[in-house]
Design a protein around this ligand. Structure first.
Ligand SMILES: CC(C)(COP(=O)(O)OP(=O)(O)OC[C@H]1O[C@@H](n2cnc3c(N)ncnc32)[C@H](O)[C@@H]1OP(=O)(O)O)[C@@H](O)C(=O)NCCC(=O)NCCS
Length: 179
């Protein structure tokens, strides 16, 4: 996936009712490692990365790049949202389009944080790149992610087999209702 190189970055932190979306800071390093090493978070994402490898390789300030937001609740990272351009070898309907990804720490699941944070990130994108469609990939077995996609206004483009599982590709046009 490519960065959103056409963006002005970083944006001002984005505040929602309960959350802040902001750039990664050195204090987020432990939460990033927790997120990337969590088997629960990676159930439908091809498995977690080894914690010792992450401890070695994670820079002091986790990677900052356009479209990468830390989701902060009361000063602590609870998740990450990624908006990136899908590479040219993606499914034809997705290639070159902005792709939404999200990872939240299990202790923060089930409180509506993902809906709140993704809605804010999509709102920011719509201001920055008006009219830009957004795609979303998830395994269809990932019930929480499928439900989130529907709540955000993504509709099915296609299902396909990859990595031994059924994958779902959804798209959200700016005109589509967001709930
Ligand atoms: C998918 C994920 C982001 C959902 O986060 P969340 O904070 O629990 O989501 P929300 O609380 O905002 O819930 C969004 C909707 O999905 C539903 N939902 C969330 N997890 C669910 C689950 N496991 N089963 C059924 N519904 C679920 C919620 O009930 C809510 O719908 P509702 O308002 O109609 O009840 C989170 O589970 C996660 O980080 N998973 C691991 C990473 C991942 O798989 N990412 C997807 C690949 S891009």
């Amino acid at each position: 996936m490519e960065d959103l190189t056409d963006m002005t970055w970083p944006p001002e932190p984005i505040k929602t009712e309960r959350l802040v979306l902001r750039e990664p800071e050195p204090r987020d390093r432990t939460a990033f490692i927790e997120l990337l090493a969590s088997p629960q978070v990676h159930t439908y994402l091809g498995g977690p990365r080894p914690r010792d490898e992450l401890e070695r390789e994670m820079p002091e300030t986790p990677e900052r790049r356009p479209g990468s937001f830390v989701v902060d609740l009361d000063g602590s990272m609870i998740g990450q949202i990624l908006l990136r351009r899908a590479p040219g070898h993606s499914r034809p309907a997705a290639a070159g389009k902005v792709d939404l990804g999200y990872l939240f720490l299990p202790r923060a699941w089930g409180f509506g944080y993902a809906v709140e944070a993704c809605t804010a990130a999509l709102g920011w994108l719509e201001e920055a790149l008006p009219g830009e469609p957004v795609v979303l990939h998830t395994q269809s077995a990932n019930v929480g992610s499928m439900r989130l996609a529907a709540k955000l206004g993504f509709t099915e483009v296609e299902r396909f087999e990859a990595w031994d599982a059924e994958q779902w590709l959804g798209m959200r046009s700016p005109a589509a209702p967001s709930s």
